[in-house]
Structures are given as structure tokens and as C-alpha cells.
Ligand binder design. Sequence first.
Ligand SMILES: C[S@@+](CC[C@H](N)C(=O)[O-])C[C@H]1O[C@@H](n2cnc3c(N)ncnc32)[C@H](O)[C@@H]1O
Length: 315
Amino acid sequence: MDYQHQPVLLEEVLAVLQPQPGQRFIDATLGGAGYTAALAKAVGPKGLVVGFDLDPLAIAAAQEKLSREKLSNVLLINDNFANLSAALTERQIAGPFNGLVLDLGLSSAQLADRSRGFSFNQAGPLDMAFGPDSPLSTAEIVNHWTESKLRRIISEYGEEPWAGPLAKAIVSRRSRQPFVNSQELVEIVQTTLPSKYLAKSRQHPATKLFQALRIATNQELDNLSAILDQSLGLLCLNGRIAAVSFHSLEDRLVKQFFLRESRDCLCPPEFPICQCGHHARLKIIYRHPVMASPAEIAANPRSRSAKLRAAQKIV
Ligand SMILES: C[S@@+](CC[C@H](N)C(=O)[O-])C[C@H]1O[C@@H](n2cnc3c(N)ncnc32)[C@H](O)[C@@H]1O
């Protein structure tokens, strides 16, 4: 099975995680198994990589790739990374781990799969779920959520300045005929946004709406918060977290988590004495996020918006 995905910032992620023979890592977003295969090679037969993905197609393709490459030190788990700790406990996989990596969002294989509805370039059903057991689908959101909820997610997750008119147009169109296919959403964008704005837009005008709907469908921000909260309990002393994000809200969540966990006291500045008793558990590795080099961006335009943040457990 061919599951195309060119990993982003791979060298930089390996430079942060510094995998050594015999060590144990978690790749919470397996995708095309680019990171997992590189980590598995580095930790060798005495090490272990646990790869998570919600998408059973990613799991099946990774299984094939790893056996082709004769990498038997990998354990694949088809689950939401928000359930990371419970899934490991259930399988009696003991920690701690030397590192955890996250490469957020969707893979190129998912984007290219017409049947998933992720792409505004080809007609597909309104699904956009990373896994088949998703409690939500994009069809449910566009056909049933209130106008104000639609406006909020389009504005917040899509950073779309035309969120209000788009939410209104979606609600008006669905009262006549429910949405069934991704191209109907593209049409809504094209008929709602002013032609001057459409002409000036450097990206496809439906990019922001599709991004918002994907994030909402997969509850991406809640899942990210859940895994960050569990991450420190899974790492050994000096263990590292590397997180690659493609969206400012994800990047902000990672940045704020790292900042909070790298501070000794979280009390408001006007408190003369610490009352929270919080102690720093992380050291931030890079003050500013690492971005892809011009050469990587030229070879893989998807890397343009990638931001890598990393931190190390200190207690
Ligand atoms: C950008 S791709 C990862 C690519 C990977 N680093 C590689 O080297 O090929 C992101 C993957 O994360 C998966 N994913 C997204 N959210 C998830 C979640 N909450 N739990 C598990 N997997 C998730 C997606 O299904 C997708 O396959």
C-alpha cells in the first residue's frame, strides 16, 4: 500500500530527540511513518518506538513499510493520541520514554484521498475525520451546527475574516438542500466572498474554511491539550518533547504549555509569596520555533508553515 507523506523537519526533529541505541520513543502521529522509521533505525533492536495514529490506513501502510525495512522494534497503535497513557497501560507497555514527537494535522496521503473529503480541489464526501470512529463528521457540522457556532469556528480555527457571511450563507443554503459534498462548500466560498477579495487571494479561497472544518471535526485542539497534559508523566528525566505544528492556535497551545511548565511559580505577579507551589518540570530548548530551511520549503512547500518547538524534562 502506498501511503505518500514526505516528513517535514525530519533532521531537526532527530537533532532534538537525539535517539540512541536501546532508547524508547513515542511517535504520536505516525502518518507515513517517516519519523517512526528514522527513530526505529536509530534506537536499534534493543530500543522501541510506539507509533500512534487514528487512521487505520496509516497503520496498515506503516506496518508494510516497517516490515519492508525490516524494522521489528516498532509497536503500532490505532487510537487517538488523547488516549495515550490509557492505551499504553492497557497494553502493559511500561514507560518511561526518552522522547515524544508530534507532527500535527493531516498527511499528504489523507489530503490526496478523494473519499475523505479533505481537499477543496476534488469532490468528495463531507467527512474529514482522521479515523472511522470519529464522533463527528464535517457533514454534521455544516448541516446542523448553529450559525453562531459556525461563525466562531470559521473565524477562530480558520482565521477567516469572512466568517460571518460564510456562516450565514451555509445556513441559508442548507435550509434549501443539505450539503453532501466538498465542492458544494467551495461553491459557497466562491459565491459569498467578494470578487475583489477572491482575485487578490494568494491561496485557494476555500483553504481557511476547510482548515476550520477539519480542526472542528477532529477536535484537534482538545486532543493536543490532552496529550500535552499526559506527556510529562510518560517521559524519563531529560526526556524530550518535539512538536511540529502548522497552525497558530496549535503552536500557541504548545508554546503556552512549555512556558507554564518551565516556570517555578504561576501566581499572579501581585502575590508577594508563592501560593501555588508550582515547580518547573521542563526546560525550553529553543526560544523561537525552528522553521524549515529554504531548501526544504522548495522541495516540500507544505513545510513552509511548519514550526518545531521542543522542551526537555528536568525533574
Ligand atoms: C502530518 S501526519 C504525520 C506524518 C509523520 N510524521 C510522517 O513522518 O510521515 C499527521 C498524522 O497524525 C494523525 N493524527 C492526527 N490527529 C491524531 C490524533 N488525535 N490521534 C492519533 N493520530 C492523529 C493523522 O491521522 C495523520 O496520519
